[in-house]
Design a protein around this ligand. Structure first.
Ligand SMILES: Nc1ncnc2c1ncn2[C@@H]1O[C@H](COP(=O)(O)OP(=O)(O)OP(=O)(O)O)[C@@H](O)[C@H]1O
Ligand SMILES: [Mg+2]
Length: 354
């Protein structure tokens, strides 16, 4: 506020209404410049913070979708937060349904590019010619992907399907970008699952650039602790959705869930959970029959990798306590009675699992 007729009450009122400062004429130009600079900076910081908060909450939303208590999942969460802040391109690999696409979104959402676009393109979904146009133009309407993703994230799914000529163009695009790259590339591959190594599907210079940072998602069968946690969370969600009670998993069914090979990983588990909820609503069938039906479609993939006994036992205990707790509507003493557990042990186990 600048005025020739100021007094103290007016100054106070101006500040109260949000003025940065109050100056009387004649004013000193240097001081005015200085004040304006500071005001601009303060404003920018407010705006940045506002954006940061919004980004953070969106990022947290994506992160909260990630279920899992295994050490692998804990490490994955940390990796996402770290790599989300980094600048290098990222390669994500893992079997189908392990969460690669979800993790790609999370990486974008927790990082500084969150306010810019996340542009996913599948290299397997188009002919070479069409893919070339989609990526680099010309396109009939809108922008080619590399333009649309400028400053944000270009997510290339099924990267192993990229033809040699397009690999060369992508490499040129990457080289043009400088360091740090304006547009981050997240490449997704499940070449390994198809018995092919990504190193062999891509030219080495491109492979090297894309895999500056790498996240490998482990198959579900190697994350024993997560299986029952995911099943519980998903069947709760579906029960809410369908307006019914979540199925009670028997001890035998839990053991089967833990030992199933899960060739379709988390996606398959979500399907099984949904069907279990629907079955339960109708009051028919068992989880066992669902697993067996699933196994028939995937005969070749029925090898089960070993898991440490401790993992089986812990996830089993957790499930039992959860179920008993639910059945007794949270009554600790009833759970202590039924499972013959002293309060202290129950507290420890319950706290560990809650
Ligand atoms: N840790 C997790 N917690 C909760 N949901 C998950 C987790 N991992 C994956 N999902 C869910 O499982 C499903 C499959 O995940 P996603 O689509 O990311 O797998 P993908 O590896 O990209 O599979 P594909 O190779 O077939 O494209 C999605 O619905 C996803 O939200
Ligand atoms: Mg995917």
């Amino acid at each position: 506020m600048i005025t020739g007729h100021g007094d103290v009450p007016m100054a106070v009122e101006a500040m109260r209404l949000g003025a940065m400062d109050f100056m009387e004429k004649p004013f000193n130009p240097d001081r005015l410049t200085e004040l304006a600079k500071r005001a601009t900076q303060a404003r920018r910081m407010t705006l940045d913070n506002r954006a940061l908060r919004r980004d953070l909450s969106e990022g947290q939303q994506v992160m909260s979708k990630l279920v899992g208590v295994s050490p692998v999942m804990e490490r994955l969460r940390e990796d996402i937060l770290d790599l989300g802040q980094a600048d290098g391109h990222v390669l994500i690999d893992g079997e189908t349904g392990t969460g690669k696409t979800l993790v790609a979104h999370a990486l974008h959402a927790v990082g500084p590019r969150a306010s810019k676009k996340f542009v996913p393109i599948s290299c397997a979904a188009y002919t070479d010619e069409l893919l070339s146009a989609k990526l680099f133009g010309p396109v009939e309407a809108g922008l080619p992907a590399v333009e649309e993703a400028r400053g944000g994230t270009l997510c290339l799914e099924d990267i192993e399907m990229l033809s040699e000529p397009l690999q060369a163009r992508l490499l040129a695009f990457i080289a043009e970008q400088g360091i740090p790259a304006e547009t981050r590339i997240i490449a997704i591959s499940n070449a390994r699952a198809e018995g092919r190594k990504l190193e062999e599907a891509l030219r080495p210079d491109l492979f090297y650039r894309l895999s500056a940072l790498k996240i490998t998602l482990p198959p579900l069968r190697s994350r024993g602790e997560d299986i029952l946690a995911l099943f519980a969370r998903m069947s709760e969600q579906f029960s809410d959705e369908y307006g019914c009670e979540p199925p009670q998993v028997t001890a035998q069914e839990a053991a089967q869930l833990l030992q199933a090979p899960w060739p379709g990983n988390v996606r398959q588990l979500i399907n099984v959970a949904e069907r279990a909820v629907l079955q339960n609503r109708r009051g028919t069938g068992s989880i066992t029959s669902l697993l067996l039906a699933d196994g028939d479609d995937n005969q070749e993939a029925t090898t089960t990798e070993g898991k440490p006994l401790k993992e089986y036992v812990e996830s089993f205990e957790k499930m039992l306590i959860d179920n008993t707790m639910r059945r007794h509507k949270g009554s600790i003493s009833a759970v202590m009675d039924e499972l013959c557990l002293p309060r202290r042990t129950l507290n420890e186990k319950w706290l560990n699992t809650a």
